[in-house]
Design a protein around this ligand. Structure first.
Ligand code: ATP
Ligand code: MG
Length: 238
């Protein structure tokens, strides 16, 4: 399962566990992306934090593991490159399934080398709450007819959780308990992730209200990397 995992949440974990069970997978590998090619509109939290939170969240499941394959190489994380590296690592004779949200599958043809990718692995499209199933089954049908794609739709228990919502909740002081594993919650707190940035004195901004003014500039997150400039090439990591 590829993703930004900024942060990992129970939506990811439930989808992964459901896929493991239904497809009798030996291992579900969580692959945090390095530099996401199309998430250029915001600063992505440093890979070390996203990786460690994913390790913490998956620790207690013997069938879950985390791969550094995307964060240890420079440049955008294209799924075709990730799958090829994993095939080198785990062997070409294994069967590979790429688990992702159904929304990502609708855009699959915009990914890098989609035809070759579709030949290298099967896809498990986890439906998210509110997702229009008719558009998905049409796309799945087309991908199958035109490219011989093997795409399976997996209905996961309704979990309207997204990393965006988790980040916004932290920023506004709302709870995230029961949306992310406790270990992830403590990691976020301990490292001051997703809190609003405190303006430097030079910016002479009025003091923040609520939780934000409890932190000094020194404690403000030093974990974010600037988002890369938007590029014309469409990336494909979720
Ligand atoms: P963001 O809000 O920052 O986009 P996200 O919650 O979508 O984050 P990603 O890291 O982008 O998380 O997601 C990784 C993969 O998990 C994607 O394929 C995404 O569609 C899927 N996914 C995310 N949340 C859920 C959920 N609640 N249920 C099922 N799949 C999910
Ligand atoms: Mg997403």
């Amino acid at each position: 399962m590829g993703g930004t995992f900024d942060p990992i949440h129970y939506g990811h974990l439930v989808a992964a566990e459901e896929a493991r069970h239904d497809f009798q997978l030996d291992l579900v590998l969580f692959v945090p992306s390095g530099q996401p090619p199309h998430k250029t509109d915001r600063a992505i939290t440093a890979a070390k934090h996203r990786y460690l939170m994913t390790v913490l969240a998956t620790l207690t499941n013997p069938h879950f593991a985390v791969s550094r394959v995307d964060i240890d190489r420079p440049g955008p994380s294209y799924t075709i490159d990730t799958i090829e590296l994993l095939r080198q690592q785990y062997g070409p004779d294994e069967e590979y399934f790429f688990i992702s949200g159904a929304d990502a599958i609708l855009e699959l043809l915009t990914w890098k080398e989609p035809e070759r990718l579709l030949g290298l692995c099967e896809f498990i499209a986890a439906t998210r709450p509110g997702f229009p199933l008719t558009a998905l089954s049409e796309t799945v049908g087309q991908l199958g007819e035109q490219y011989g794609a093997r795409v399976h739709v997996l209905t996961v228990p309704a979990l309207a959780i997204s990393s965006t919502d988790v980040r916004q909740r932290v920023a506004s002081g709302r709870p995230i308990r029961y949306l992310v594993p406790e270990t992830v919650l403590y990691y976020i707190e301990k490292n001051g992730l997703y809190r609003p940035r405190v303006p430097s004195p030079a910016e002479e901004a009025p003091p923040l209200e609520g939780r934000g003014d409890e932190f000094t500039a020194d404690e403000a997150p030093a974990d974010e990397v600037p988002a890369p400039a938007p590029s014309a090439a469409r990336g494909d990591a979720p």
